[in-house]
Design a protein around this ligand. Structure first.
Ligand code: HEC
Ligand code: HEC
Length: 432
């Protein structure tokens, strides 16, 4: 108790307890928040193992706890898409198969909970792989059309616009009315801190909230996770990932991801395939992953860039400061200011970024502002360095130039900045 008192005091004297990870760049996204107690630390390392684990069909004597893959799935493990806990790598060649991405599918109307209505044959997401005897559904393929954009001072930059097509569709045509949304795997660190921000502080932002179905409370609540803020909390987001991406059922999502009419629904494993203790461990793991500390704070361009970031309206959506309301994994962080550069709310980003697909209250041109912390380290540890929901942007500058809709004036201001100021803004982003 005395020791805890001393620690708390030290934290208060320092202004705030530290929530950011220090350490080598290549491991920047894999560090826990400091000072987890022994139980949470044990759960963190167990969850880390499960996040990396390749699931199998089973039965197995060697890996009895990781049985239940499929019948349909995208990848064998979480880490296969969330490379090094960072972004997935969007295909960079023409006709590239989207391997770290999910192609969401739906048809007109809503499901029983008010969410998108899954495709009758292919479900809510295209699953390229099937277990032995079950055909994978097919692959999502990305093509790019390149075009140039000029800054006001004449310098040019090449953007690439993706188009999505399909190969080897095994269960019939998708149909012209099918709505699709291609999404690259986003980073998974810092999310526990974002979950701990109060609803009230989020509502104070300028964007629009999504209200989504919460499978535990059986009612609608504020959406925070997923690229359209379509999941209310980490537990549901993670259980849903196990089901949709790996075909592993849990107490929250006990039904296999398959279309019974197509005879895909077989699985040798007992139900649910993911034990509650395993789900809890992965939730603890993701919740406790720290965002990396900022770098080069004292550089002149970084400081100038931060002022420009505010001056041209970036921080209207990428809010620099939110507060931890209550963080059960590390109570010393309660009340602390964090700097994620997101409002966790939806914004109309214009036709250029639109996927044309609704998700609860999120419209066809809406996306949730992504956090920008860790941006400058993207790609440093072998993770993908692709930005925006479908990874079309190869640099932060490309990402900014795609901003339209509510962010149009901000993007125009960026395009008009003289070269040194543009570089300063990018230096600031690189310091995050
Ligand atoms: C096929 C690639 C793929 C696999 C495998 C995968 N994910 Fe994801 N993950 C995604 C994509 C794409 C999104 C964005 C989802 C959306 O917006 O619909 C996402 C979103 C998330 C998020 C929310 C991030 C945020 O900022 O809101 C978490 C947490 C997450 N995944 C955890 C997991 C876990 C845990 C597993 C393993 C059970 C997993 N993922 C497996 C691709 C994948
Ligand atoms: C109206 C709200 C809004 C404003 C203003 C805004 N952004 Fe964004 N920003 C977003 C949203 C929403 C996305 C995600 C869009 C997508 O994925 O298609 C995004 C994406 C990004 C990304 C890519 C992040 C990633 O992880 O993929 C960067 C970088 C970025 N913004 C920087 C900026 C900068 C710099 C400015 C100011 C010039 C700015 N934004 C202004 C809402 C905004």
């Amino acid at each position: 108790m005395k020791r805890l008192g001393v620690l708390l005091c030290a934290a208060m004297l320092a202004g705030a307890a530290r929530y950011e990870a220090q350490g080598p760049e290549s491991e920047a996204f894999t560090q826990p928040i400091e000072g987890l107690d022994a139980n949470h630390a044990a759960s963190f390392s167990k969850g880390s193992g499960i996040f990396r684990q390749a699931w199998i069909i089973g039965p197995s004597q060697d890996h009895p706890d990781f049985v239940g893959l499929g019948p349909l799935y995208n990848r064998l493990s979480c880490i296969a898409c969330h490379v090094k806990n960072g972004r997935g790598a969007a295909p960079d060649s023409e006709n590239g198969v989207a391997r770290t991405m999910a192609a969401r599918l739906s048809v007109e109307g809503r499901d029983a909970h008010g969410g998108p209505r899954p495709h009758p044959n292919y479900g809510a997401q295209l699953n390229p792989e099937g277990v032995l005897g079950v055909a994978g559904e097919g692959q999502a393929v990305v093509d790019y059309a390149e075009f140039d954009v000029a800054f006001s001072d004449g310098e040019r930059i090449t953007l690439r616009r993706p188009t999505l097509s399909y190969r080897n569709l095994a269960y019939g045509p998708l149909g012209l009315e099918t709505k699709t949304s291609l999404r690259n795997a986003p980073p998974v660190f810092g999310l526990g801190l974002l979950e701990s921000v109060s609803d009230a502080e989020i509502f104070a932002g300028r964007g629009r909230p999504n209200f989504v179905f919460n499978f535990e409370t059986r009612r609608k609540s504020l959406g925070r996770f997923g690229l359209k803020a379509n999941q209310p909390n980490l537990k549901q987001q993670i259980a849903n990932a196990f089901m949709e991406d790996i075909g592993v059922t849990s107490s929250l999502f006990p039904a296999e991801n398959c279309a019974a009419t197509l005879g895909q629904c077989r699985s040798g494993a007992s139900k649910p395939e993911l034990a509650d203790a395993q789900l809890d461990a992965v939730v603890t793991y993701i919740s406790a992953l720290a965002p990396p500390a900022r770098r080069n704070l004292e550089d002149r361009p970084v400081k100038d860039g931060e002022l420009l970031f505010r001056a041209i309206g970036c921080s209207e959506c990428h809010r620099d400061t939110l507060h931890v309301a209550e963080f059960s994994l590390q109570p010393a962080l309660n009340g602390v200011a964090i700097h994620p550069y997101t409002d966790l709310l939806l914004h109309d980003m214009g036709e250029g970024l639109a996927d044309g697909r609704e998700d609860f209250d999120s419209g066809p041109r809406d996306w949730r502002t992504p956090p920008l912390w860790g941006l400058g380290l993207a790609g440093k540890g072998g993770d993908g360095a692709n930005f925006l929901h479908d990874g079309r942007a190869r640099t932060p500058a490309e990402a900014i130039l795609w901003h339209g809709g509510e962010a149009q004036s901000s993007a125009d201001a960026f395009r008009s900045l003289p070269e040194p100021q543009r570089q300063a803004l990018l230096a600031f982003l690189n310091s995050l």
